[in-house]
Design a protein around this ligand. Sequence first.
Ligand code: NDP
Length: 254
Amino acid sequence: MAALARSVLVTGSNRGIGLELVRQLAASPWPPQHIFATCRHPEGPRGKVSVGAGSSPLCFFALADIVNLPSIRGAVRAVGSHLKDQGLNLLINNAGISSHATLRSLDSQEMLSVFATNVVGPLQVAKEFLPLLEKAAKDAGKEGLSCSRAAVINVSTKLGSIGLCLGVLEAPMYPYRASKAAQNMVTRCMAAELQDKGILCTAIHPGWVKTNMGTQKAPLTVERSVRGILAVLASLSQDTSGAFLDWEGNSLPW
Ligand code: NDP
């Protein structure tokens, strides 16, 4: 059995789904050679100490505030120099924020701040890491699309599906839903544009998960969600680039 990818970068890896992605990747019997755990405060109380995998020689911790371009560029430099002459195989855009604003309560500032994190952030991260992803795709020595060659995974949500339009009356969440619908469009566009460069792009809904964002009411543990996500990532190919899948591999309507 081969590793999911030789190198993996996860944004927002200090807690929740991002933290568990790093933990399970580091604990895998076939771990990646390099795991880049990025977050806003790697040296802070919610930084690498909480990762637990902090002692793993596979993990490299880097600062990446996804709404701050110099911070993203700093992460690209740190990752690039760590990888030396290799490219980056798998970028997981996990970091995100939620908002429960309703039509009555929302204001433009909140709308813009959620869009900055959930749409502009992942897009800028993908844009800045593109040269390293292209390098991985070129050097892979294989055809077709896969996470082991080069991929961008955007962590999305069913709540951003216009086709499903789930539970709007109970949870309107205008900024969050609209931002994730926009992020889904970004995924579709990047999948089309990057296909010829050998880079796969897919949106994944992690399920409703017990994290700060998902709350303790969520039915799914973070361990189970991430186990599912990693299995789905390993199965992705040309056929599922540009798809919107859930943590069990089921296809979702955009
Ligand atoms: P959490 O709230 O537990 O964690 C969010 C993570 O994103 C934190 O690490 C946070 O860092 C990070 N983050 C937020 N803003 C930034 C930023 N500007 N730069 C870098 N990191 C940032 O959420 P989850 O783990 O539950 O969510 C992860 C992803 O999964 C999100 O994209 C979310 O939309 C999606 N999702 C989650 C669901 C759930 O039920 N939990 C359901 C569907 C989708 P910090 O500690 O610094 O704030």
